[in-house]
Design a protein. Sequence first.
Length: 330
Amino acid sequence: MEKRPCRIAILGAGGLGKAAARFISLKREMRLVAICDQGGYAYSEKGLDGQEIYQIKPQGSVADLFSGGVHCPDSIGEIIALGKSIDGIFVALPNLPNDFIAKIIERFIDAGYSGVFTDALKRTRAMEQMFQLDRGLKEVRSTYITGAGATPGLLTAAAVLAAQSFQQVEEVKIWWGVGVSSWQDYKATIREDIAHLPGYTVETAKALTDQEVEALLDAREGRLEFQEMEHADDLLLERVGVVDSRNKVIVGGIMDTRSSKKPVTTTMTLTGITLSGQKSTHRFVLGDETTMADNVVGPALGYLKRAWWLRDKAIYGVYGSTEFMPMIVR
């Protein structure tokens, strides 16, 4: 990374977007210069106040910020127009429907934006669309690392390291636990997860009103349990050869929307066969004290720095979080 701070924009100011603003405010190697949401955007060449952004209520907007907030109908377009003043972008937008984020990135490509991106995409079908943007991003000399959150991301990268001990990988099982004290702080994330429940699709989850989401959560006492989710960990691990079939990757978990305490410990367990023919497992465990923001935003920013490092070496295009290690952002 260059000596000057990397100028960062965040697309989306929900729970993850606001948490990212707070994280960046503590880093000397990054400076948050822009952020947007449905209501508008905020921009400051000198840097935005991450703590002020973090304090915005769920019904509020970054457009209301005293420091550079502007109401507008197309906040993404305004960020694109600021492209020459932005080095890197963390995409913290809700991805409903599956092609939503891919279409946003196409707008940046069409505008000729040259920089770096990371996202915290989760669905396999959505990530497949991101890889289709490889040629376009190469043409504008941009570098994109997708699936750079917790899962996929942190836990998926851990699976790549774990696989080194084995001649054959039989199974990768990710079981996660997330606790949030109020579902409204992470509306978009929870809607995306609801789409994984039996009887729901991406389209039906997107169409739910806030009242319907609250009724669903009430009926389940605030807890959502997921089995065999469509998670892009399978695609990313297949791409780098950890597994020869996506069916060997199993992802599930429990979300508690009424308590910040994790309902279960988050683990990645890889089972394989050693050189001597023994079956064994490696397990990677996330500390229960770490939050969803810690385990999503931290890796996403680390991968953003890696993308900047790659671009500095003229390596452009789309890559998965299993293809490179994240870097430490100081």
